[in-house]
Design a protein around this ligand. Structure first.
Ligand code: THU
Length: 131
């Protein structure tokens, strides 16, 4: 489990300002970090057809994979200042495809909380589980 790097959560907060969340009004920003330190940001993007909303974490992953990166060591997730944010179940599964043990940093009203994806999603189904 990695300690948060200075400034990266601030970048997640910056990406959060671009969230398109007119329905939930719950903006989220995420930054994914690759082993060479390259970072990719994403925000949540909602839709009038509510179920089509994509979370910030998956936005960031889609952006990174589209740019040719598939290995991630950490994800930073920034939500509204007054609540503790945590990746939803779908995002836990989506991110665990790329690294089951990646470090997850989330904003809370008391500061950044750090954990790992395997703690958030024990026994995840992954690419190695397909026959
Ligand atoms: N959301 C995220 O983007 N990431 C999270 O970690 C939690 C939830 C989004 C989905 C939806 O657009 C809004 O926040 C409310 O659930």
């Amino acid at each position: 489990m990695k300690q948060p790097t200075d400034g990266v959560m601030d970048r997640a907060r910056e990406v959060r300002t671009r969230a398109y969340a007119p329905y939930s009004k719950f903006g989220v920003g995420a930054i994914l970090v690759t082993p060479d330190g390259t970072t990719f940001g994403g925000c949540n993007v909602e839709n009038a057809s509510y179920g089509l909303a994509i979370c910030a974490e998956r936005s960031a992953a889609v952006s990174a994979v589209s740019a040719g990166y598939r290995e991630f060591t950490e994800v930073y997730v920034a939500g509204p200042a007054d609540v503790a944010v945590t990746p939803c179940g779908a995002c836990r599964q989506f991110l665990s495809e790329f690294n089951r043990t990646m470090t997850v940093h989330c904003t809370t009203p008391d500061g950044i909380q750090t954990t790992t994806l395997d703690k958030l999603l024990p026994g995840a189904f992954g690419p190695d589980d397909l026959s």
